[in-house]
Design a protein around this ligand. Sequence first.
Ligand SMILES: NC(=O)c1ccc[n+]([C@@H]2O[C@H](COP(=O)([O-])OP(=O)(O)OC[C@H]3O[C@@H](n4cnc5c(N)ncnc54)[C@H](OP(=O)(O)O)[C@@H]3O)[C@@H](O)[C@H]2O)c1
Length: 315
Amino acid sequence: MNTNQFGKEGWTPERVGNLNGKTYLITGANAGAGFEASKILLSKGAEVVMLNRNEQKSNKAIADLKKEVGAAAKVSFIKMDLAELSSVRSAAKEVIKRVSNIDALICNAAIAQVAKQTFTADGIESNLGVNHYGHFLLVNLLFDKVAQSKGRIVVVASEGYKMGLKTIQFEDMNFDKNYHPNNTYCHSKLAQMMFAYELQNRIKAANKEVQVYVCHPGASKTSLIRKDAPFMTRFMWSIMSSLPIVQSAEKGAYPEVMCATEENLNQAAYFGPTGRLQWTGPVGECEMESFVKDRAIAKKLWTVSEEQTGEPFQV
Ligand SMILES: NC(=O)c1ccc[n+]([C@@H]2O[C@H](COP(=O)([O-])OP(=O)(O)OC[C@H]3O[C@@H](n4cnc5c(N)ncnc54)[C@H](OP(=O)(O)O)[C@@H]3O)[C@@H](O)[C@H]2O)c1
């Protein structure tokens, strides 16, 4: 049996010390787990730069965070739409201009369970485009800055990685033939995880000082299931959300905050709630299926991702 390295209660934000002088970048921080992670980091004195797509929602999130944490909270936002590679490029430029060090870049934003196949501005199927390619390009463009800061990259994954195709569908990355709201989402989350572990391999080979962590929020009450999800998914989620099998968005934020701040974590691991189905419960090291670390597939995915984003990624 897996014993939790943080004890029976698992990891909690009480473990986080004073983060004064540290800067965290979080994608999709105006809602859900990203918003809650921002709140925890700000409450410990950190600076948080949110990378969000919607200005109005971001301004509201900043006002809400200041109300809860205090007017002096060091929180700002840079506009970035992961569904537009040009927007990711301009956001990365802005980050490099405005932010002096990146202690952690938290790849948190995502879309999920979109009923019908949709495309990004660059003609890529949206789940893969937003969740994987958008973040792949962002991490690529900010990698040197993270390395200069001896910082971390945190990839927020999903238990869904093992509920879909369980491999990368190179022959039809846009799911033209078999689009499915859940499988296509799960495929994009698996891609994010394979990228993260492959990034670790390349960082090690290049002898760079960047740590990469992979975590998931379990099942958390956020706004992930939206009106563009199939009716049955929304219906089921509304029932599930009222039961204790789903936890709060705040608890869902613990794994990403832990991965951004805790010392001496095992990078090879996969972190999240360790209770029933790994949906809720004490945060710690979770079980993960071995196909995530298939290097032949990960290397191929890396090359395809460079091609799709139009940017070589040399670690
Ligand atoms: N909630 C769960 O049970 C669960 C389970 C497994 C994994 N996860 C993972 O947890 C992470 C956080 O999700 P959440 O549950 O907190 O969902 P959420 O409440 O929907 O938050 C998602 C965030 O991503 C942003 N976003 C979506 N598309 C974007 C784009 N094109 N460009 C920039 N930002 C974009 C959203 O912005 P807008 O508000 O503008 O749309 C929002 O801020 C995701 O990686 C998700 O896959 C969640």
